[in-house]
Design a protein around this ligand. Structure first.
Ligand code: BGC
Length: 352
């Protein structure tokens, strides 16, 4: 049995572009422990009690800042911005002006570009043992996006074993924004094989089909009679190998599910029988991207084990991919005088 502990703060003391990085630790009365770093306003670890009363680290990641800097997968646990997921051909038009972004994913812009929010050292303010606020000012034109955007991301660990993430942003020029968190979870413990045996429940009746470049066609498709039907609890493994065009387009699950009841109902639930740990995601966001770690490989994680393909899954609550180019998708434009607000909460329970 693996014994999990939090990384050491001294292994997160570093300087990136003149700014010092830190490890921040939150604890609650139920014994849950969470570690975060200001590098990417990122979730590093979440030690959650399992059905045997042992603490299990359910978040994939690294035990030092160098691990994050050297990783093949750059987004572990990070705050993603300015724009989560893909923008086709790295281009969009806003109020008659065409903007060009760096193409860092084939022809597309992914997760705000190479220099997206995941790669920045954020300012931080720890209010008490259960809450930390991260701040970042993204300059006008950063990664090709218009407007200076001021972003705040607050992480709170409640006594009910819930990590609540609150996002706020304002801009001085019209821009587009889509913020999310990119934690990879393995509810049997990070580095513990793969997540194919995890059970999922997603209440969505529709999902967003994508083309071979993982860009939406623009429609919503019914999940019924497809591998995307998770309305009743189902193992990830059950249909992930199906001969299905959408499964092929995503190399597995890498799709947005339409959230039927934002905030009032879990947008997605995952459960691992071995540990008895259940994760529920509640969010204000209209969609949730289920990503089954299809491109993970060869990074050696906190436990010393290598993260293999499907070694973790993400529930990325956000707006739909490529929304700036999709007139029928919910609005992602932020204008001066408005405040962008969203919330994601990861709630952990033990189910025996
Ligand atoms: C995307 C994947 C991408 C991954 C990168 C996910 O949010 O949906 O397609 O490969 O992020 O880590």
């Amino acid at each position: 049995m693996t014994t999990y502990s939090l990384p050491k703060p001294s292994d997160f003391a570093h300087t990136i572009n003149g700014k010092n990085t830190h490890l921040i630790i939150l604890t609650n009365r139920a014994g849950m422990q969470v570690a975060l770093t200001d590098y990417g306003a990122r979730l590093v670890s979440a030690l959650v009690p399992d059905k045997r009363g042992n603490l299990v680290d359910v978040v994939l990641g690294f035990d030092s800042i160098h691990g994050y800097l050297g990783a093949k997968e750059k987004y572990h646990g990070a705050t993603i911005g300015r724009f989560g997921n893909r923008i086709a051909n790295g281009k969009f038009n806003l109020d008659g002006t065409e903007y060009t972004l760096a193409q860092n994913n084939g022809p597309n812009s992914l997760h705000g570009g190479e220099g997206g929010f995941h790669s920045k050292v954020w300012d931080r303010q720890v209010s008490f043992k259960q809450k930390v606020d991260f701040y970042y000012v993204s300059p006008d034109g950063e990664e090709g996006f218009p407007g200076e955007v001021k972003v705040k991301v607050c992480y709170e660990l409640t006594n009910e074993n819930e990590i609540i993430i609150r996002f706020r942003a304002t801009t001085d020029k019209p821009t587009v924004i889509n913020l999310t968190n990119h934690a990879y979870f393995n509810l049997n413990g990070e580095g513990n094989s793969n997540i194919l045996d995890h059970l999922l429940q997603i209440p969505s009746t529709h999902f967003i089909p994508i083309d071979d470049n993982q860009i939406p066609f623009g429609n919503e498709a019914p999940v019924e009679n497809t591998p995307f039907d998770f309305r009743t609890l189902k193992k990830i493994s059950q249909d992930i190998g199906d001969d299905d065009l959408q499964i092929k387009a995503g190399t597995g699950y890498d799709h947005t599910f339409i959230n039927p009841n934002p905030l009032s109902q879990a947008a997605a639930t995952a459960y691992a029988e071995d540990s008895g740990i259940q994760l529920q995601v509640y969010t204000t966001e209209p969609g949730i991207q289920l990503y089954t770690g299809n491109f993970l490989s060869a990074d050696s994680g906190k436990s010393g084990n290598e993260y293999q393909k499907r070694g973790g899954f993400c529930f990325e609550a956000q707006h739909y991919p490529d929304s700036p180019n999709q007139p029928n998708f919910p609005n992602v434009v932020l204008r001066p005088g408005e405040e962008f607000q969203s919330q994601i909460s990861y709630k952990f329970n033990i189910v025996k």
